[in-house]
Write a new protein. Structure first.
Length: 460
């Protein structure tokens, strides 16, 4: 699943796997075996079954028994860290409660407005050139600008966050270690600042949550949100733009003034979801599933892309049907589905509105996909468009990201443009399972803490 052939034609591989049964043995990376679920019904069974399957990678036999290459590129995406993605039971409920309750306070209208302003800032940076590479110059930056603001960091620090993550996500850079340290310091300073002076932002809401997360736990949840909110978001925007600009079902409507962005997003989430294969689970004991005997500790991944396109799921049309598995299901369903869809749809709509005559700079069949077992990610998305004049700044236009004034800060835990509801009461058990003592993190230190962001970004 890590080769160029799989990246070029994953659905061909899925079809051959289905011919062998709903669960197939695969190799995620050299020396890393796992099982992949390609059936929709079996995927639902595995993802919802917390009794037979654990989310915690400390149940992964190949890892705990030392059979995996220590430098395997998939380990940052699959090994344990104390966050809502890699935990079960009460610990998972505590972490997830802090995340979902805090995200639920974000006003979707305010979020939409900020995405649109951020989009204009980025479009202005290349609108006079007549060409752009949309992944690196647009889709890859908007989520970082938005998350930086949602977390409550000063707007002038957006450029610093983008600089750090650009270095970290560059597979060839020699400065990744320093970038890891810089990001740890950045997040540590943010958490410390918000403890000292809370605002109406996701970081402050998580600090004030009844779950009482310690600083290390807060940084782990922020890192998770950043990982889940950057690379998959970039791929969702990029894959939808590719579809809109190349598929006659959508491209033909663009010239007529109709922007079928929501239909394109749904089509991508069904057929080419940005996180195509993940949902890792580990068998708690020997179990038979789909005619395959799984041993205790075996890693089982779900192919959301394969399950979504399972022939048993075919229908006359998928418009408006959102029963796909792109956001997963069960206890670990993505908690940021709403904000993610707002960010993607507004970013795409604003780009198409500003550049209605935009076209791919190469034919669609010349676009290449990045190899890797997890993500469905384009390597680049070059476009051309008629050269336009940058609009003259006016009272309502948005200044560059570094100069965007911070929203007026209310009293601690109050509401501002992001907030829609008061501080949650107690959706997760607080004191009984909460402690001010920091949770032990990965003994390998900051590099492992943030390294999985780079691995996620590169599709490794």
């Amino acid at each position: 699943m890590y080769g160029a052939g799989f990246a070029a034609d994953p659905h061909g591989f899925y079809a051959r796997m289905r011919a062998e049964g709903p669960i197939t043995p695969v190799e995620l990376a050299p020396g890393v075996p796992a099982y992949l679920v390609t059936s929709y019904s079996t995927a639902l069974e595995v993802l919802r079954d917390t009794e037979r399957f654990a989310k915690d990678p400390r149940n992964w036999a190949d890892l705990t028994e030392g059979r995996l290459p220590q430098d395997s590129p998939v380990l940052p995406m699959m090994e344990f860290r104390p966050n809502a993605l890699f935990t079960d039971g009460e610990q998972h409920a505590r972490y997830r409660g802090a995340i979902t309750d805090s995200l639920s306070r974000v006003d979707s209208h305010a979020l939409s407005d900020y995405v649109e302003r951020s989009a204009d800032t980025l479009i202005d940076s290349f609108v006079e050139r007549g060409e752009a590479e949309l992944l690196s110059e647009y889709a890859g930056i908007i989520p970082l600008m938005v998350f930086n603001r949602l977390f409550g960091a000063p707007p002038e620090q957006s450029s610093e966050l983008i600089r750090i993550l650009t270095v970290m996500f560059d597979a060839s850079t020699a400065d990744a270690g320093q970038a890891n340290e810089d990001l740890s310091r950045y997040m540590g300073d943010l958490v410390d600042a918000k403890r000292q002076k809370p605002g109406a932002d996701v970081t402050s809401w998580m600090i004030a949550h009844p779950s009482r997360l310690a600083d290390d736990e807060l940084m782990q949840q922020i890192a998770l949100l950043m990982a889940a909110g950057t690379e998959p978001q970039v791929n969702l925007i990029g894959n939808a733009l590719r579809l809109l600009l190349s598929d006659d079902r959508f491209a033909g409507e663009l010239s007529g003034g109709s922007l079928p962005v929501q239909d394109a997003l749904d089509e991508v989430l069904w057929a080419d979801p940005p996180l195509a294969n993940f949902g890792t689970r580990f068998a708690r004991y020997d179990v038979e599933m789909g005619g395959v005997r799984l041993r205790k500790g075996d890693a089982v991944l779900t192919s959301y892309a394969a399950a979504n396109t399972d022939p048993e799921m075919t229908s006359q049309g998928r418009a408006g049907n959102r029963a796909h598995l792109a956001w997963s299901v069960g206890a670990h369903r993505c908690p940021a589905e709403g904000p993610a869809r707002v960010i993607a749809s507004v970013a795409i709509e604003r780009l198409l509105d500003r550049l209605p005559d935009m076209r791919l700079a190469v034919s669609a069949d010349q676009l290449t996909w990045r190899p890797g077992p997890f993500n469905r990610a384009l390597a680049s998305l070059p476009v051309r468009f008629p050269v336009l004049t940058k609009p003259t700044p006016g009272p309502a236009s948005m200044p560059p990201a570094a100069a965007v004034p911070a929203p007026r800060q209310p009293e601690p835990q109050g509401d501002n443009q992001w907030s829609t509801s008061p501080v949650p009461s107690s959706s997760t058990p607080p004191a009984a399972i909460s402690t001010p003592k920091p949770t032990a993190s990965d003994p390998k230190g900051p590099r492992r803490l943030w390294g999985f962001l780079g691995a996620w970004w590169r599709g490794q």
